[in-house]
Each structure stands twice: as C-alpha cells, then as structure tokens.
Design a protein around this ligand. Structure first.
Ligand SMILES: NC(=O)c1ccc[n+]([C@@H]2O[C@H](COP(=O)([O-])OP(=O)(O)OC[C@H]3O[C@@H](n4cnc5c(N)ncnc54)[C@H](OP(=O)(O)O)[C@@H]3O)[C@@H](O)[C@H]2O)c1
Length: 235
C-alpha cells in the first residue's frame, strides 16, 4: 500500500522541469494523475513514465494564457474524475530579461494571465468540490526571487499568488483542504537556466511535504524545498 494510493492529482506544467519531477513522485506514491502542459506531444514523456509506473494517467493540454482554455481544462478534469484530491499549480512563465523600467506592460499582462489568473481560476473552481469531500491538498508554486528589477513581471506575479494563498487560507481552517506554497529553490530547468546552483531533482522530497501535511494543518504555509534536501543529495 502506497501513501497516496487511489488519490487523484492534477499537476500543471508537468511536461518538464519541476512539474515532471512532482508528477513522477506523486505517481511513485500511488497517485492517479492528470498531467497538464501546452501540448499533447510535450506531455508524451511524462505520460509514458507514469504508465510505466502502472499509474492511471490523463494528459490534458491547455494554454494557460487563454482563459477559455483554462476553463476547458477544469471542465475536463471535473468531467473525467470529479474533483482531484491534490492540485499542484506549478506551470508558470518568466517573461524576458528587460533593462530596468523599460518593461512593456504586455509582459506583466502575460505573466499575470499564466502565473496568477490561471492558478486562481483553478483554485476557485476546484475548491468547492474539494471542500465538499472534506479532503484536499492544493500547492501553488511560488519563487524566492527578489530585488531583480529586470524580471519584475515574474516576481510581482508570484507576489500576487502568495497574497491569494495568504488571504484564502483562514477560510480553509477545519475544512480538510490545506492550501500551501512551495518555493522550489533555484534549479537547473529551462526556466532556471544552466547556471542555477541546484539540479532539478533537489525539489524532492520537499515538494511532497505540503501534500503530506496532516489534516489539521493550517493553510498558508510556505515550504522551501531546499530545506528538505536529502543529506546525501548532490547538485
Ligand atoms: N527553475 C527555477 O529555478 C525556479 C525557481 C523558483 C520558482 N520556480 C517555479 O517552479 C515552477 C516550475 O518551473 P520550471 O523551472 O520547472 O519551469 P519550466 O522548466 O520552464 O517548465 C514550465 C512548465 O510550465 C508549462 N507552461 C509554461 N507556460 C505555459 C503556458 N502559457 N500555458 C500552459 N503551460 C505552460 C510548460 O509546458 P510546455 O512544456 O508545454 O511549455 C512546462 O511544463 C514555476 O512555477 C516557476 O515559477 C522555478
């Protein structure tokens, strides 16, 4: 018996990077999975890996900058499995590095669409069914980025997501649904770049800490994955 046997998890941005690690780890723990990315082709490797592990898996593509596609993704999730037990809002974009104070507003718009509005919509629409079942874990992936003016659309979008979690959290007390934030640390992924100090697999086991929080836990906790690295882990 695995710890998450029979649970359904939705992981956005599962086609590569952090999301791929999280989806694989949840699969090893016995989860059935809905993996999301932009395209079916991009999701093929994670789908194949999860099938190899013996998991039930659905791969659902959606462009998160497009609100109608976000809603279609949620509709498809509800239709196929009812509410998931675990929602991992991991997908995000980082708009290009810009000289300070020259950033076009469209960079902010796109960042907010993908990094804030999409995860908020997913939370808002799935919270009701999850609360009705009186069990759920929602993890929104944030960032420790600070003081980099050239990447402000990214950092302010993460700040907005943090605030959403903070202000929703008191209403979840005693509901069985625990909403948390994960800061994965600076990792070598397509987003983090080759110069990042940590390999992508160091996001584990910390990324599962918010999933395994006891039912009586308060929402709003920030888990820093790098604080939970295995002693023998290498970069
Ligand atoms: N890497 C770091 O150092 C670092 C540090 C702090 C926080 N984070 C956070 O960790 C999370 C994962 O980052 P990562 O490094 O794994 O990123 P990544 O390697 O760039 O992967 C991004 C994932 O999000 C999906 N995605 C991107 N834009 C999308 C869009 N417009 N619509 C739908 N899906 C989209 C991608 O799907 P496709 O494959 O289909 O494009 C991919 O699965 C993000 O929330 C990021 O902000 C990362």
């Amino acid at each position: 018996m695995k710890r998450l046997d029979g649970r359904w998890a939705l992981v956005t941005g599962a086609s590569r990077g952090v999301g791929y690690q999280i989806a694989s780890a949840l699969g090893l723990e016995g989860c059935r999975l809905i993996v999301h990315g932009r395209t079916t082709e991009g999701l093929a490797p994670v789908r194949a890996k999860l099938l190899d592990l013996g998991c039930e898996v659905h791969a659902l593509p959606a462009e998160l900058a497009d609100t109608s596609q976000v809603d279609r993704l949620i509709d498809a999730v509800l239709e196929r499995i009812g509410a998931p037990d675990i929602v991992y809002n991991n997908a995000a974009i980082m708009t290009p590095w810009r000289e300070a104070h020259t950033t076009p507003l469209d960079d902010y718009r796109l960042s907010f669409q993908v990094n804030v509005l999409a995860p908020i919509r997913i939370c808002d629409r799935l919270l009701g069914p999850m609360r009705a079942r009186r069990w759920g874990r929602i993890v929104n992936v944030t960032s420790g980025i600070e003081h980099i003016r050239e990447l402000l659309p990214y950092s302010v979008s993460k700040a907005a997501l943090d605030r959403y979690v903070r202000d929703v959290s008191p209403s979840l007390e005693g509901s069985g649904v625990v909403m948390s934030l994960l800061d994965p640390g600076w990792l070598r992924t397509d987003m983090g770049g080759e110069g990042a100090p940590n390999s992508v697999n160091t996001v584990l086991p910390g990324a599962l800490v918010p999933v395994f929080l006891p039912d009586e836990s308060s929402s709003g906790r920030l888990v820093r994955a790098q604080d939970h690295r295995d002693a023998g882990a290498t970069d």
